[in-house]
Ligand binder design. Structure first.
Ligand code: 1CP
Length: 362
């Protein structure tokens, strides 16, 4: 299927933007010339919308996280806040990976300081059989929020996102955040059929959430498999990759660049590309030059400023960012980002300075 003719990627508003050009493998300037080394690099930050911004904390006063996600006026405004403040090259839609689960009837809450918590963890074949499909009409608050954000963003692309089936399934099985997804990984081996049914359900729900955002105006799609780093490559390929392919198949026909990100995934980078991603997000644990080597030199990379350094003195951080930019030159193209999300205590001015550095103004 083609994108609607008034979609920003179809009508030309975002197709020539630095982010989309980089996601499609183009670099500003030409390899080998001076302009190449000085060329601006597009930049955005995972979790740029949210707790590091005082204007976000102000808007969220008295509104729960999930209520904010389902209020199109709030979700669009929160999406726009970091774009206005930092001049980043993309907005990322303000929502959460558990929103489509909630919309499919799962009893989930986001507990401040903890994260998503489920009233009834999903651990047996019966539990999985009780999971309901997602009614597409339930996604209206999401598409409305995307629509409003895109209308304001003009030529700045919006990134739609969703959680990958493994990360969602690990929350569902554990009942909340966990250190190493032990119960989920046990279920994967103890009851492979139950596991596969859960993964397929999660793929359909999260795939529909991602597709809805793209059709409503997102110019790129990022799949977060934040906790995939707890898996061996063999387990990833046998028990996770097929459902991730299934989730990505929901947007594969739309022609938007697809980014795939996880943490601790140095051993999984090529496998995470091969499920159908155009761009691989890399965390801070390996250099982008090494990531590029592991990806065979043919994949666009995104990353990988260590979030811990956001709290270091500017000269220390600036040197680290320059090192990330230099290593990123090994890849066909590079979008600067963090290795994981913005920590809540980050001084937002530091993020604005990183944008200036990436754009060549510092
Ligand atoms: O009240 C609050 O402000 C709660 C904090 C918060 C926020 C701002 C949560 C709870 N989610 C969000 C928004 C959010 N979640 C975005 C917003 C857009 C942006 O990036 O600017 C995004 C992309 C997510 C995605 C998300 N949610 C991921 C994948 C990215 C990642 O950080 O790895 C994950 C794992 C979640 C689950 C989640 N939601 C919230 C928290 C604290 C967590 C992590 C809990 C855990 O440690 O397992």
């Amino acid at each position: 299927m083609d994108l609607p003719p008034n979609h920003p990627l179809a009508d030309g508003r975002t197709s020539g933007s630095p982010l989309i050009r980089a996601y499609r493998g183009h670099r500003a300037g030409h390899a080998g010339d001076e302009a190449h080394t000085l060329a601006p690099i597009p930049v955005w930050f995972m979790r740029q919308a949210g707790r590091s911004l005082p204007e976000y904390r102000e808007l969220r006063r008295g509104v729960t996280m999930l209520a904010a996600c389902l209020d199109p006026e709030l979700s669009s405004e929160i999406t726009l806040q970091p774009v206005r403040r930092h001049g980043v090259d993309a907005g990322i839609f303000f929502s959460d990976i558990v929103v489509p689960l909630l919309l499919a009837g799962v009893d989930v809450d986001i507990v401040p300081g903890r994260g998503p918590v489920f009233a009834e963890p999903v651990r047996t074949a019966d539990d999985v059989a009780r999971l309901a499909p997602l009614d597409p009409a339930a996604l209206a608050p999401v598409t409305d929020g995307v629509d409003r954000a895109v209308a304001e963003l003009d030529g700045t692309p919006l990134i739609g996102f969703a959680g990958a089936p493994f990360t969602l399934a690990s929350y569902l099985v554990e009942g909340g955040p966990s250190k190493d997804q032990l119960s989920a990984r046990t279920l994967m081996h103890a009851e492979p059929e139950t596991w596969q049914a859960l993964m397929d359900w999660a793929a359909d729900v999260t795939g529909a959430f991602l597709r809805a955002q793209v059709l409503a105006g997102a110019s790129a799609a990022q799949l977060f498999d934040s906790w995939a780093g707890s898996l061996s490559l063999a387990d990833y390929q046998a028990h996770v990759a097929p459902a991730t392919c299934r989730a990505l198949s929901y947007v594969a026909d739309l022609g938007v660049p697809i980014v795939h990100f996880g943490t601790g995934t140095g051993e999984l980078l090529a496998a995470m590309r091969d499920v159908g991603a155009d761009v691989v997000g890399v965390d801070h644990r390996i250099g982008l030059d090494e990531a590029n080597r592991r990806l065979g030199g043919r994949t666009v990379v995104q990353g990988n400023i260590d979030p811990a350094l956001l709290g270091a003195p500017w000269p220390v951080l600036a040197e680290h960012v320059r090192d990330v930019l230099v290593r990123g030159r090994a890849a066909p193209a590079h979008v600067l980002n963090l290795g994981h999300g913005v920590p809540p205590g980050t001084d937002p001015d530091v993020l604005t300075r990183i944008v200036a550095l990436a754009h060549g103004a510092l």
